[in-house]
Each structure stands twice: as C-alpha cells, then as structure tokens.
Design a binder for this molecule. Structure first.
Ligand code: KIV
Ligand code: NA
Length: 268
C-alpha cells in the first residue's frame, strides 16, 4: 500500500470522511500512529514538548529535518507533514521555497506546513506551483506569540472575524491542500469550515467539530505533557503511568530484587 499524498485529503473531504491527524517527533510513536492517521505532523511544537523551550521560536530547520527523518523511518502509510520553523520562510517566497525544498529532499516527507494568513498567500502559491504541497495554519499561530501578546484565542470581534475568514479564503485560493484552524472561537471556526469560499479541507485544534478533520499534539492528548491548553482532551494518562513504572523500578533496585536471575547472563 502506498503512502497517502497531500491531494488525498481533498478526497476525504469530498467523501465526508473525517481527516485524522496527530503530531509525532519520534520513530516509535509515529509507527503506532501510522495505521490510524491520514497525516502525521512533525510540528515545531517539538521545541516545547521535547526540549522544554518556552515558545517555538528557537526551533531550527535542522531540528525539524532530524525529527522528520525519524518519523519517516517509523511510518509507511500516513502522509508526513513538516512544520516550517520561525525564520525559515517569512523573508521571501524564494527563502520559503529553498527551506521547503531542503525539507522534502532531506526527509522524503510529502508536504510542509507554514503559519500565516492572507499576507502569505503569495508564498503558498509560489511553493505549490513549484511542487511543494503547503498546509496553511491560521488563528492562534504560536510563532507570532510576541506580536499577539501571548497564546490567545483568536476571532473575537467583527474585525478579527472578518480577517480570519479572509485569511482562510486567501490561503485556500492560493492552493493550500489543507488549513489548520487553531485556537479560534467556535462560531467563527464553524463559519470558515462551512464557507464555500474555503475549498481546502479544514483541520481543527481548539476550533470546531465541524472541521473536516482534527489534530492534537500527541504528548498532550496522551497526558504526558505537564500542562496542556483547554482544548486538549486527555485520551490517556501517560505521565502517571511512567511515574508508577519509574517508582517501581527505583524500589526494586533499592531492594535488590531487580535484576532477578532471569535478567542476568549465566556462565555456560
Ligand atoms: O507544532 C504543532 O504541533 C502544530 C499543531 C498544534 C497544529 O502546529
Ligand atoms: Na506548529
């Protein structure tokens, strides 16, 4: 069975099948997701989740490429989408293309994602016309934390609502194969998801159930992250499970009951 491609998401939308997506940064976790997800996002959230950074801004293209290679090795079916990190695409459409080309060439991933609305439509079209499938990302865009003044829900007020609808329409028209709607008040996200002017499939995170698909950060939905936004539902409790295992290990080492005979090598 071949790997899913960016254009396959349009068929899911046309046929009314929800698009399933999660993030992954590692071969092991990605291999578990592969059978269940239409696409796996190697998100720049890896800066905060894997490295404990306070924002995604310090993440480099090299970090993204390294983890995307890991995720590609762990998967064979899902489309792998790689986030363009802050500073790798905003200066010009040429810079964006060169960064995106490096990602596709060095990882084998099938698409990239970049943050930004109408003012990036030109870049989306430039890349798409040159063989790079682009996923958009609008609403709460974490790379803009310094200009947004914190991680805040977007779309409150008539002007914000109008701008978000215009962002979605422009990115869709420019050829984005899907658009992530993040941290947007539900009625506005719903209006975007329903809009006939937004033909690209919408992928929600803190948005609305009416999106064509949903995505969450894996470590957040597994209950591994130490804190997660309100829009995350805990589908697991890995943090306490890991802690239980580590505590049991420590107790057995202290008591001398681990390793037992079966965990040691005997002379022949
Ligand atoms: O970096 C990331 O994980 C993301 C998703 C939350 C959409 O961009
Ligand atoms: Na991201």
């Amino acid at each position: 069975s071949r790997r899913l491609r960016a254009i396959d998401l349009a068929r899911s939308k046309a046929e009314g099948r929800k698009i399933i997506a999660l993030t992954a940064y590692h071969a092991h976790t990605a291999s578990i997701l592969d059978a269940y997800c239409d696409f796996i996002l190697v998100g720049d959230s890896l800066g905060m989740v894997m490295h404990g950074m306070e924002s995604t801004l310090p993440v480099t293209l090299e970090m993204m490429i390294l983890q995307a290679q890991a995720v590609m090795r762990g998967t064979s079916r899902a489309l792998v989408v790689v986030d363009m990190p802050f500073g790798s695409y905003e200066a010009s459409r040429e810079q964006a293309f060169l960064s995106a080309a490096r990602v596709l060439k060095e990882t084998g991933a099938g698409a990239i994602k970049m943050e930004g609305g109408a003012r990036f439509a030109d870049t989306v079209a430039f890349l798409t016309q040159r063989g790079v499938p682009v996923m958009g990302h609008i609403g709460l865009t974490p790379q803009s934390v310094n200009t947004m003044g914190g991680f805040r829900v977007q779309g409150r007020g008539a002007e914000a609502e109008r701008q978000l609808m215009e962002d979605a329409r422009a990115i869709s028209e420019a050829g984005a194969f899907a658009i992530v709607l993040e941290g947007i008040v539900e009625p506005v996200a719903r209006a975007i998801a329903r809009s006939p002017d937004v033909t690209a499939p919408t992928i929600g995170i803190g948005a609305t159930a009416e999106c064509d698909g949903q995505i969450l950060v894996l470590e957040d939905m597994l209950g591994l992250s130490d804190r997660a936004p309100k829009f995350v539902k805990s589908f697991g409790s890995l943090r306490s499970q890991i802690e239980d295992s580590v505590r049991a290990y420590a107790e057995e080492v202290r008591a001398g009951t681990f390793p037992a005979t079966e965990h040691t090598y005997q002379a022949r």
